[in-house]
Design a protein around this ligand. Sequence first.
Ligand SMILES: C[C@H](O)[C@@H](O)CC(=O)C(=O)O
Ligand SMILES: [Mg+2]
Length: 523
Amino acid sequence: MTVRKWGVGLKSAGDFRESQCSRKCFICGNMLQKIINLTVRDVRFPTSLEQHGSDAMHTDPDYSAVYVVLDTESGLKGFGLTFTLGKGTEIVVCAVQALAGLIVGTSLQDIVSNFRGFYRLLTSDGQMRWLGPEKGVIHLATAAVLNAVWDLWARAEGKVGPSYQAPMVTFTVSLRRPRLTTHCHCFPVASVEAARRHGESQEDEIYISDVITGEHLLCRVSIQDPKQIISCIDFRYITDVLTEEEALDILVKAKGGKQQREEEMLSQGYPAYTTSCAWLGYSDQQLKQLCTDALQNGWTRFKVKVGADLEDDIRRCRLIRQMIGADNTLMIDANQRWDVADAISWVTRLAEVKPLWIEEPTSPDDILGHAAISKALAPLGIGVASGEQCHNRVMFKQFLQASALQFVQIDSCRLGSVNENLAVLLMAHKFKVPVCPHAGGVGLCELVQHLILFDYICVSADLSGRMCEYVDHLHEHFASPVVIRNARYMPPKDPGYSCEMLESSVRRHEYPNGDVWKLPIQK
Ligand SMILES: C[C@H](O)[C@@H](O)CC(=O)C(=O)O
Ligand SMILES: [Mg+2]
């Protein structure tokens, strides 16, 4: 069999497809998971009706998802999404449609055997990169598509998912191949089990268990080898602060104690904070009730929206501080409302409630502005957090270089999926800045839990100053919703990247023809 490896110099989808040898995996000869179709849907939830998700800049958010499904020839599917706020979701849908030609016709194995090359193919298309590059609508679309690829990869590695009807017997022949195929990710466990039923030998079983055991916490993909993780990252534009060798070194060093950390996470979960008690549009009565409930449920860290009216903020923050007591943690979030000087004076007035951080005090693009705010607020013991609208790894690099933020808020749908988030996790580690992911939106908690678990187990090995956002909205629409126990994220158990939505929910909320949108909406 001809074995071909590809560099990152692929110029077009045609090149990428031509680089496939056949419909068999070039490592082990198994059937490839050829991607034969991409569907994308505009799914919106009318959250603005009850002011869920409201803040000083987004007063009427309808939490929405650009929902992508990848179909493969074998029947296995990959589900992905990116997050939007209602109007304009159709524009991201168009961008996904524009990217579809770059993925349909390739196979999962082609992609993951050169994931860096595929990331660059999607983000560097000679015509479409003009729309970004790597920012705005086109990058949100990239996130949706790549999230679906990661989901597909994880499912191909895991056990049978609810929507997977694999033609299992076709895989049995390839299982007779020798053990050199240990690192191949070509076939799902379903086919392994089928193979066993069809009388494969003991030798094959040893080989099979080599493949399916190991760490499953990076999206439940058994990427054993730090080198393989590194091979998913595009280091272009960040090598001045993080080289491939340094990144590898971080992952190799973090191997010590990994198993204990994984066990710790499986038994105790990852610490979380809640934003759901104090959206800007909620009444004082609601704040009190939600805080009471949250405290009863074990929450100790709370985020409050601020930035519209100073006197109102002082009243609401005092109320929340009174409710949660002096020992619990409070954060405030202005969602980009202020100019730099206003941010400093406004937050200084709110210092009495002892916030741990002020989030997005000014424009998300203003790196030096964030640095000035960080410097001014440091004596008050208040840090600056940002990232939910930080559009790529280059911006994060500069925020870190400029000491412009003290908490890195990665976002699973703003950056170019797991690939680009890996780069940011590694840079944050190098700069010793804790990562506290953003999750205020539909599906973001489901996705980001994988990244933060990976960060703890495989990168930072540190929980100090770290927590992951949780919002208590819309989880019921997901096939594998997040599990929170004692205010901590419990590691997901189902294969995949947790972004499959229930088909009934998608149909009901599809815009503009779903039932939810056909009925008169009371505003
Ligand atoms: C519009 C979103 O709800 C936004 O307010 C979320 C956010 O800023 C956060 O969760 O943080
Ligand atoms: Mg925020």
